[in-house]
Design a protein around this ligand. Structure first.
Ligand code: CP
Length: 289
């Protein structure tokens, strides 16, 4: 049994293995050993892509999925996370996928004896998002070493940025951050956005996470788009081979303009497709000894 809480727990070779396996799943590899295994998806925080691509991955593997509804559960009577998870272990489910707003929520689950996969914890980690981002980059460029990536925007509140910065550096990618100074948490070298647009192989945009701010941003949406948003004018300044990524959901006309979302350099929807195959690969890994 193998949990997946943080990518920093995994050796670089294991990360490469998951990405390669995900690519094989995308190419049609069959795997039947998880057929009938019972998995519960527990999303204590809203999700479309992660939740439904886990469901699709589970269906592709022949697993039987149950979707926990926190609003209609004993969480509403005050039951805590540990007791909820321990209950699903007692009910003899085979694996759990968990998204929770608390950073490092999994630290309290160390004694649970069924595999758990992290679908995102607060502003901390989003391992499967990072793996699907890496898969998308590998499909595009064939390898990681020497690539230049700038992550732009709400770095401070982004579990995607924090996960990607650590793992991308390990894989030999040069990682920069850019965007409004109020979101610069010093987690990598800062580069002016106009320079990043011209020099990077990958521009990875982030959603402005208004719901996590607890304060009024100094920039209006129009000012954000003008100064730090990806517009077609900026797309046309990028290198011919470079691409745009975004974990989504995105704020149209803030960090990304409408006509950029599906432009030829955008890999936003291929990222979502790759999420299914990456999640198949991590579900397979969860049951390995
Ligand atoms: N990228 C991502 O995690 O999207 P969801 O919040 O919709 O799962």
């Amino acid at each position: 049994m193998k949990n997946l809480f943080k990518l920093s727990d995994l050796e670089t070779q294991e990360i490469n293995n998951i990405i390669d396996e995900a690519i094989e799943f995308k190419q049609g590899k069959e795997f039947t050993e998880l057929q009938g295994k019972k998995v519960v998806n527990l999303f204590f925080e809203s999700s479309t892509r992660t939740h439904y691509s886990f469901i699709k991955a589970e269906q592709n593997l022949g697993m039987v999925e149950t979707n926990f509804n926190a609003q209609a559960s004993s969480v509403k009577k005050g039951e805590g996370l540990y007791d909820t998870i321990k209950t699903f272990e007692a009910l003899e489910f085979d694996a759990l996928v968990i998204r929770h707003p608390q950073n490092n929520y999994f630290e309290q689950l160390k004694t649970i004896n069924i595999p758990m996969l992290n679908g995102g914890d607060g502003t901390g980690n989003h391992p499967t998002q990072s793996l699907l981002d890496l898969m998308t980059i590998k499909e595009e460029f064939k390898s990681f070493k020497g690539l230049k990536v700038t992550i732009v925007g709400d770095i401070r509140h982004s579990r995607v940025a924090h996960t990607n910065i650590e793992v991308m550096k390990r894989l030999g990618i040069e990682v920069f951050i850019s965007g409004p100074e109020e979101f610069n948490d010093g987690s990598s070298t800062y580069i002016p956005f106009e320079q990043a647009v011209k020099e990077m192989d990958v521009i990875m945009l982030l959603r402005v996470q208004y719901e996590r701010h607890g304060y009024q941003m100094t920039l209006t949406k129009d000012q954000y788009l003008e100064n730090y948003g990806m517009t077609m004018k900026r797309v046309n300044e990028m290198k011919p081979t470079s691409i745009i990524m975004h974990p989504a959901p995105f704020n149209r006309k803030t960090e990304i303009d409408d006509d950029v979302v599906e432009c030829s350099k955008s890999r936003i929807f291929p990222q979502m497709t790759n999420g299914v195959y990456v999640r198949m690969a991590v579900l397979k890994r969860a049951f390995e000894v």
